[in-house]
Design a protein around this ligand. Structure first.
Ligand code: C5P
Length: 225
């Protein structure tokens, strides 16, 4: 039996990967499956929280007892997360948000030309939702958690990213062959702004989800109700 230690709390979790359209049939996307975010949402619901899950392109069924908002692009995901975060005790950004989007959307399918050339796609920056959430907390003491997939110098890069984003916790994954994307398992280190490091051994994404909530719990502000 799970202790309802998140009862009375509202938590927001983002999951999946954004797709940035180029034309009606093409997009720039990424390999995020959404499984880690869904595991986080289900774990929080089982621990008694009211959960808003903002998903992008996962194709996963809505978990029971969770409010799910379906989005597609980074801009849409940002809108939905900021709206849900207005009264949230904690926000966990597990979604893989595209850093860039095509500068223009072609209303008709981009065609090949007879000269054998190829188009140049101009990109613009997307807003950094995690940095924004961390800088402008909707509620004092709101706990903000980010994820980072790194391929090398995992801890050093993770520490720098935690400071740059300004979040309370950063779950750092080493991206490897069988780990992380699309897999059922994950291995991570959770870095905290107070300097603590919590290694999470290779195992199911459900176990990492529980560890994240275990670390969020003592950082939540006092409940007033
Ligand atoms: O900078 P990087 O993309 O590695 O950071 C990953 C973290 O930042 C994730 O928590 C992701 O959800 C979040 N992010 C975001 N907005 C972006 C890019 C990433 O919130 N535009």
């Amino acid at each position: 039996v799970t202790a309802p230690d998140l009862a009375g709390r509202h938590v927001v979790v983002s999951a999946g990967g954004t797709r940035e359209p180029l034309d009606p049939v093409r997009y720039l996307g990424n390999r995020s499956s959404g499984k880690q975010g869904y595991a986080l949402a289900k774990a929080a619901a089982a621990r008694g929280a009211r959960v808003t899950l903002v998903e992008a392109n996962t194709g996963l069924p809505d978990p029971a007892g969770v409010d799910v908002v379906h989005t597609g692009t980074a801009v849409q995901l940002r809108e939905a997360v900021l709206k849900a975060a207005a009264d949230a005790d904690a926000v966990v950004m597990a979604a893989a948000v595209a850093d860039f989007r095509p500068a223009t959307y072609a209303p008709g399918k981009i065609k090949k030309t007879d000269d054998g050339g190829a188009p140049t796609i101009e990109l613009v920056r997307n807003p950094d939702i995690l940095a924004e959430l961390s800088a402008d907390r909707a509620l004092p003491g709101q706990v903000v958690v980010g994820f980072a997939a790194e391929t090398d110098d995992v801890l050093a890069n993770g520490r720098a990213k935690l400071a740059r984003k300004g979040c309370d916790l950063l779950v750092v994954n080493e991206v490897g062959e069988r780990k992380t994307f699309g897999s059922e398992e994950n291995e991570a280190v959770v870095l905290a702004a107070d300097g603590t490091e919590t290694p999470v051994p290779y195992g199911p994404k459900e176990a990492l989800a529980e560890t994240v909530w275990d670390l969020v719990l003592p950082r939540l502000r006092e409940r007033t109700t």
